[in-house]
Design a protein around this ligand. Structure first.
Ligand SMILES: NC(=O)c1ccc[n+]([C@@H]2O[C@H](COP(=O)([O-])OP(=O)(O)OC[C@H]3O[C@@H](n4cnc5c(N)ncnc54)[C@H](O)[C@@H]3O)[C@@H](O)[C@H]2O)c1
Length: 467
């Protein structure tokens, strides 16, 4: 039995204590039952994974900033360090690697997800899974080939909040009649360092000269020693180094780079991933057949702050076709009642049915029945024993699935790729400025072929998306 099969068998038998023929005692926490894991991006969001990873063997740490290693090595003293994730993944056999946890900036996510899957490594990827439609589709295609053999999860850990499934139950059990539309929104307005946002014009102004201009930050000279800026840029277009991309505190630093097209997808990849998840969990959606969007005037450097996008989604086995919408940066869906101010929910979702609305935040929900026939006789409330069970600890769900890949994870690379593909298609429609008809099988815009150029990104030579 090889090491991986041993871990799997231990997991299937309940990960309890096993007595091996040799007489040695093995248990869930015995060294041989642990996964060998690489953590890529060890600071910032990476820190949030230290506790759950401490039950496993962290055998490799990768970060483009060598200054981050001493602290990380205090926690994981046996790990080998790398500055280039490609070298680490090429060493996976030497390291006897089982799994990868990735907390790097968004423009590297799809790369690291593909490289991990292609090397038969389980993968936990921080959100968003991708920043272009093509990236989402390539990751999903790789994952579908490995489903059942590998475990994947995207870092949408709010999914474990029990309210997610209470909302799903209300929608599924007919509390608002037949579902016709779903909406999600987020009110964050994040601007780059040294800039201000003109709400009305939707234009970003730089304090330096008070005029709108290209948004990538000015050249600030050489990066500090030990910081491999070229590797930070990775597959994206080279932009001059500026500390403004790295000025915020641990876990929030993404807000200093994720609004730039080369490094992220703005609020879609940021809070949008969490908030659309609240909606996505309740609607059992695949991919859309149309997309339309409008927002701030197009800025070639910076993703829009204010934007709304709308999609048509086909029927499934329990509901008819629905319309799904995403709103960000201050634009909002209309409230069903004047006395309900949806803006009081910073990040929320709403579901419209033939008999009313469900409105929710991450933590709670309300039902708003409407019309003379909204008497709840149509609501088939489930029995206590059918209430969806708590998900438990989100990262541990993935760790358990790594040990026994027949276990499901809530935000695997199919669920998450579908969701982010829809959101990113909204950015394609925003750039095209037209209502798009989308062929979800081929992944192509069919009515405005020129919009297809926005489905993918250009990469620097030497960086291979599906390597
Ligand atoms: N799930 C959540 O709630 C949540 C919360 C915050 C951030 N995030 C996500 O985590 C990711 C990181 O965000 P952050 O704020 O920690 O960013 P960050 O800029 O602080 O980067 C995190 C770490 O990754 C390192 N890094 C950067 N590029 C790298 C590369 N190519 N290879 C290896 N290491 C690299 C950085 O040096 C840093 O130590 C983002 O994708 C963000 O969306 C998720």
């Amino acid at each position: 039995m090889n090491r991986r099969d041993f871990i799997k068998n231990a997991a299937i038998t309940g990960a309890g204590l096993l007595i091996l023929p040799s007489g040695s005692l093995r248990g869930a926490t015995a060294p041989s039952n642990k996964l060998n894991i690489a953590l890529i991006g060890v600071w910032g969001r990476g820190l949030a994974h230290y506790d759950s990873l401490s039950s496993e063997n962290v055998v490799a740490l990768c970060d483009v900033n060598e200054e981050r290693f001493p602290d990380a090595l205090k926690k994981f003293p046996n790990a080998k360090t790398y500055v280039d994730w490609r070298k680490l993944l090429d060493d996976h056999k030497k390291l006897k690697l089982d799994a990868v946890v990735c907390c790097t900036p968004d423009h590297t996510h799809a790369f690291i997800a593909n490289w991990s899957l292609n090397r038969d490594l389980h993968c936990y990827m921080e959100k968003p899974l991708a920043i272009s439609v093509e990236e989402a589709r390539v990751v999903r295609a790789n994952w579908m080939k490995k489903k059942g053999k590998l475990a994947t999860q995207v870092g949408m850990q709010r999914h474990a909040m029990q309210n997610f499934n209470r909302v799903r139950e209300l929608v599924r059990d007919g509390a608002i009649g037949d579902l016709t539309a779903a909406y999600a929104w987020g009110n964050r307005q994040v601007v780059p360092a040294n800039a201000e946002y003109d709400q009305e014009k939707g234009v970003i102004y730089f304090k330096v000269d008070g005029k709108p201009r290209a948004g990538y930050l000015a050249d600030y000279g050489d990066p500090p020693k030990g910081f491999h800026y070229d590797l930070w840029i990775g597959p994206s277009t080279v932009r001059p180094y500026n500390p403004g991309y790295f000025g915020l505190r641990a876990g929030m630093n993404c807000l200093s780079w994720n609004m730039f097209w080369d490094f992220g997808a703005g609020q879609i990849g940021d809070m949008g991933s969490h908030t659309m998840d609240l909606c996505w969990n309740a609607i059992d959606a695949g991919l859309p057949t149309t997309a339309e969007a409008k927002g701030d005037p197009f800025n070639p450097d910076i993703t829009p702050i204010k934007c709304e996008s709308h999609f048509d989604l086909p029927a499934n086995d329990w509901r008819g076709p629905i319309r799904v919408s995403w709103y960000q940066g201050g634009v909002m869906p209309a409230s069903p009642k004047k006395y309900i101010n949806l803006k009081d929910i910073d990040h929320g979702a709403m579901f419209k049915g033939t008999k009313g609305y469900v409105i929710c935040s991450f933590n709670d929900r309300i039902v708003v029945p409407f019309g003379d026939t909204a008497d709840f006789t149509y609501y088939k409330r489930r029995k206590q024993e059918d209430v969806l069970p708590p998900l438990g600890h989100f990262q541990e769900q993935w760790l358990n699935a790594c040990k026994n890949p027949s276990l499901k994870t809530a935000c695997d690379f199919e669920y998450s790729a579908n969701m982010i593909e829809l959101m990113l298609l909204g950015l394609v429609a925003y750039r095209a400025g037209k209502k798009l008809q989308y062929d979800p099988v081929k992944g192509q815009v069919t009515n405005h072929p020129s919009a297809n150029q926005y489905l993918s990104r250009q990469y620097r030579p030497g960086w291979v998306l599906n390597g």
